[in-house]
Write a protein that binds this ligand. Structure first.
Ligand SMILES: [Zn+2]
Length: 450
C-alpha cells in the first residue's frame, strides 16, 4: 500500500482539494477527503485521470509527417494515403512493429493517455501464408516495455470491398477466417496479464460479409467484450453502400444489429438526421479522431447535433499523425467552431467546453475499453493518472472553474510532469527512442523510399 496526497485532483464528479489516495494492487483502495499531507505521502500538486485512447493503429506512427505532399497530377485524398499506408505494411515485421508501437505508446503516456485500444488488423508479415500471433506478441512487448495499459482488439478483414472484391496482395496480410480470429483471440486471452484486456471487431462493413460480421458480433456478446468497427468515415463509402443496400451504412447497421453500449463506432463522420438520432439513442460510443480525420480529409462529425441528442463519444489517435489527447479534444471543439462560426459548442451546465469534452471522453473510454476500472478516478478504479504543476505557465492563476479548459485549450508547453499506470510511476524507457530511430532509418532510407 502507498499513498498519494494531491493538493488538487479531478475525481469523478469534479475537482477536489486536499485528497489522499491509498493505492495497492494498482487500484485506488480508499479516498480520504479534506486531509493534510503526512510524512508517508507522496505529495503532488494537480492530478488528472488518464484518458483511454479508444482507437489506434500504432504501426501507422511511422508514416507521421511523410504523406503531406500532393502526388503529381493526382488529387490526394484518403484513398491515396491508404496506398502509402499499404506500402508501409509490406515492409514491417514483428520487430519493426514492436519498435514503432513502443514509440507511439511512450508518446501516448507523455500526452494524456494511460490506456490504448489497439485496433489491429495486420495479422501476417509480408509473404507469410499461415496466420500467426507474432505481430500481437510484438504489440504486447511494446505495451509492457512502456507501461501503457493495452486493450488488444483483433480485427477481421476479409474482402476488398462491398461487392466481395478480392483482397489486394497487401490486404492479404490482414486476412483471417472467423475461426482463425477467434483462435487468435483465445491465444491473446491466455497470455495477457490482468493489467491488459481485450475487445474485438471488424475493420468496416466493406471488409467483411454480413455473415462474418454476425459471427464476430455474437462472439463479442458471448465474451462480454466491446465490439469495434470503422464506419462512414468517407463519403465514397456511404455512396457505394447506398447503391447496393438502398440504405446508408449507420442506418443499415442500426436496423440490422442490436447495437448497444458495448459497441464502438469509429468515425461515423457522415450521418443524416435519422442516423444521428438512432445512433445517439442506441447508447453506443462514437470514437472521434479529429486530428486523423482532419489529416485524411474525412469530413467533420456533427458534434453539436449529436450532443443535443445525448450521444456518447470517445477519442482516439487513430493514424497517430500526432499523439496528444488534449489536442484531440481541442480540435473536436475547434472543428465545430470553424464550421458553425460560433464558440463553445460542447459547453453545458456552466462547465467549459474543454471540461465537458474531457468528461465525455473519460466515460466513452470506459465503455470502449469494456473495463469499468478505466476512466474516472474513484474508489476501486485503476491508479492511472497524471500529475501536473499549478505553476506551469499554461495553468498559472487558474481556479478550478477554468483549470480543465486551460489544460485542453492552453497548451503553451508540455503540461505533464509524471504518469502513473497500475499504481506505478513510469519512466520513459531510453531504448524506445533508440529502437525507433534505427527502424525509421531502416524503413525510410532503404525499402519504403521510392
Ligand atoms: Zn482507424
Amino acid at each position: 500500500m502507498h499513498s498519494i496526497h494531491a493538493k488538487n485532483i479531478y475525481l469523478e464528479g469534479g475537482w477536489q482539494k486536499n485528497i489522499r489516495l491509498d493505492i495497492s494492487d494498482g487500484i485506488i483502495q480508499e479516498i480520504e477527503y479534506d486531509i493534510s499531507t503526512e510524512s508517508q505521502d507522496n505529495t503532488v500538486d494537480i492530478l488528472i485521470p488518464g484518458l483511454c485512447n479508444a482507437h489506434s493503429h500504432s504501426f501507422q506512427r511511422a508514416l507521421s509527417g511523410r504523406t503531406e505532399f500532393k502526388p503529381t497530377s493526382k488529387k490526394d485524398n484518403f484513398w491515396t494515403w491508404r496506398e502509402a499506408m499499404y506500402h508501409l505494411v509490406e515492409h514491417v515485421d514483428a520487430s519493426i512493429i514492436s519498435a514503432i508501437a513502443a514509440q507511439a505508446y511512450q508518446e501516448m503516456l507523455a500526452n494524456g493517455y494511460t490506456s490504448v485500444v489497439e485496433f489491429h488488423y495486420l495479422h501476417r508479415e509480408q509473404g507469410e501464408d499461415e496466420s500467426s500471433n507474432k505481430l500481437f506478441d510484438a504489440l504486447l512487448e511494446a505495451a509492457n516495455l512502456t507501461g501503457i495499459r493495452l486493450i488488444y482488439t483483433p480485427i477481421l478483414y476479409q474482402r476488398g470491398g462491398f461487392k466481395d472484391e478480392l483482397l489486394s496482395s497487401q490486404q492479404e496480410q490482414f486476412h483471417l477466417t472467423c475461426e482463425e480470429l477467434i483462435q487468435h483471440y483465445y491465444y491473446a486471452k491466455s497470455i495477457l496479464t490482468e493489467r491488459h484486456s481485450l475487445a474485438i471487431g471488424v475493420h468496416s462493413l466493406r471488409a467483411v460479409t454480413n455473415k462474418s460480421m454476425q459471427r464476430v458480433v455474437d462472439f463479442a456478446e458471448e465474451e462480454k467484450i466491446p465490439f469495434h468497427l470503422h464506419i462512414a468515415e468517407q463519403q465514397k463509402e456511404v455512396v457505394d453502400f447506398y447503391e447496393l443496400y438502398n440504405a446508408r451504412p449507420v442506418e443499415w447497421l442500426l436496423e440490422n444489429f442490436n447495437v448497444t453500449e458495448n459497441w464502438c463506432l469509429v468515425h461515423a463522420t457522415h450521418l443524416n438526421d435519422h442516423e444521428l438520432k438512432l445512433l445517439a439513442k442506441s447508447g453506443a460510443v462514437t470514437c472521434l479522431c479529429p486530428t486523423t480525420e482532419a489529416n485524411l480529409g474525412d469530413g467533420i462529425f456533427r458534434l453539436q447535433d449529436y450532443l443535443l441528442q445525448g450521444g456518447r463519444l470517445a477519442i482516439g489517435s487513430d493514424s497517430n499523425i500526432s499523439i496528444n489527447s488534449f489536442e484531440e479534444l481541442r480540435w473536436l471543439e475547434y472543428g465545430q467552431r470553424l464550421l458553425k462560426k460560433e464558440r463553445n459548442i460542447a459547453s453545458s451546465e456552466n462547465l467549459g467546453s474543454g471540461q465537458c469534452l474531457f468528461n465525455m471522453a473519460l466515460e466513452g473510454g470506459t465503455l470502449a475499453s469494456g473495463n469499468k476500472k478505466i476512466g474516472a478516478l474513484k474508489k476501486g478504479s485503476y491508479a492511472d493518472f497524471f500529475s501536473l504543476s499549478s505553476d506551469n505557465s499554461s495553468l498559472v492563476g487558474h481556479q478550478n472553474n477554468t483549470l480543465m479548459d486551460a489544460i485542453i485549450f492552453s497548451n503553451h508547453n508540455a503540461l505533464i510532469d509524471q504518469v502513473m499506470v497500475d499504481g506505478k510511476w513510469l519512466e520513459p524507457n531510453p531504448s524506445t527512442k533508440d529502437n525507433f530511430q534505427k527502424v525509421m532509418h531502416q524503413l525510410f532510407t532503404a525499402e519504403v523510399k521510392d
